[in-house]
Design a protein around this ligand. Structure first.
Ligand SMILES: Nc1ncnc2c1ncn2[C@@H]1O[C@H](COP(=O)(O)OP(=O)(O)O)[C@@H](O)[C@H]1O
Ligand SMILES: [Mg+2]
Length: 311
């Protein structure tokens, strides 16, 4: 394997007494989809902006496409694509105009066909005449991705690309991001959505308070930190909880569901048998394998609110 596309060593960024990044080390190989996953304030945007050459690190090393971010930031900005957090396109431009304008800012002139191809790549061909202010949230982000691609970058930074979008729009964007990866683009994606990292990333670094607290593929992280499986007695309620606890089994109530953790896989059958004999009314019994959500809970004690991490 050649030199990593991103190579970060012991990188820190401090603001007065805030350690926005506190000694992180990671690398990203060519063609990989790498995710920085963490709650708000973890240091994701700071990391990405240092790698984009927009902020200076306090200490440590960072190389992007073989170039040192401190000295080569101009070269880096020309060669990477960026979708900033909370991206909003200019209200009064149509998608084609926005892409052309963005290209000009980087001293590039795109042909009409090149622009049409970009618009088509992000699925906006039938919205190409619509003012950006009238696009949906998901369409705006897709336009932002088209703009990030004007220089045909090998590396793209997507900072929380789906935050605030509805589930349908998120799925569409996931499809587009997968397509970029398929074409060989290296992608650094930040997110606070666990399912997003689980669905998209080859490699995940979990960040909290400026540090990387775990690193691996979603499957590796789940195997290492997921603490087994879960049995859910859906709709069993407080009566169900009492009945389960009366059998000496540790459980908790989540909404109207009774949830039982099974840390060791070989205990699963025995536990299911015990729970199946409980005769309080319930809707169904199902089992759930550990997810990145469980990894997060066990590593940083973060809580979930509607699928989003909150500490
Ligand atoms: N320009 C700044 N000045 C002071 N503190 C900052 C600045 N930018 C970010 N921070 C702080 O650094 C921490 C990390 O922020 P950020 O990188 O935006 O996290 P994330 O993107 O994971 O939400 C936060 O505590 C934030 O308040
Ligand atoms: Mg951020």
């Amino acid at each position: 394997m050649g030199e990593p596309v991103i190579d970060v060593r012991d990188l820190s960024k401090h603001y007065a007494d805030i350690k926005a990044i506190d000694g992180i080390t990671f690398n990203v190989e060519k063609g990989e989809m790498f995710s920085l996953l963490g709650p708000n304030g973890a240091g994701k945007t700071t990391t990405v902006e240092i790698l984009e050459g927009l902020r200076d690190p306090t200490s440590g090393e960072a190389r992007v496409l073989g170039v040192d971010v401190r000295t080569g930031y101009r070269k880096i900005r020309e060669r990477v694509g960026v979708l900033p957090q909370d991206f909003e396109p200019f209200d009064r431009l149509q998608p084609r105009e926005a892409v052309a304008y963005w290209a000009q800012l980087f001293d590039r002139t795109l042909t009409k066909k090149e622009i049409d191809d970009l618009i088509s790549t992000v699925g906006l061909s039938d919205r190409a005449e619509t003012l950006a202010m009238n696009l949906s949230g998901g369409e705006k982000r897709r336009l932002g991705i088209a703009m990030s691609l004007v220089g045909r970058p090998q590396l793209v930074f997507l900072d929380e690309p789906t935050t605030g979008l509805d589930p349908g729009a998120r799925r569409e964007l996931w499809g587009l991001i997968r397509q970029l990866k398929k074409e060989g683009t290296t992608i650094l994606l930040t997110t606070h959505y666990l399912d997003e990292a689980e669905q998209l990333a080859d490699d995940v670094a979990i960040m909290n308070h400026g540090k990387i607290v775990a690193r691996g593929s979603p499957a590796e992280l789940i195997a290492q930190y997921g603490r087994g499986s879960t049995i859910v007695l859906a709709g069993a309620g407080e009566d169900g909880l009492r009945a389960v606890q009366a059998r000496g089994i540790t459980a908790e109530l989540q909404g109207v569901d009774v949830v039982v953790k099974v840390p060791v896989a070989s205990d699963m059958r025995r536990m299911l048998e015990k729970l199946a004999s409980i005769d309080t009314p319930l809707n169904e019994i199902y089992t759930r394998r550990a997810s990145l959500e469980d990894v997060f809970l066990s590593l940083v004690g973060a809580r979930m609110q509607e699928g989003v991490l909150a500490t």
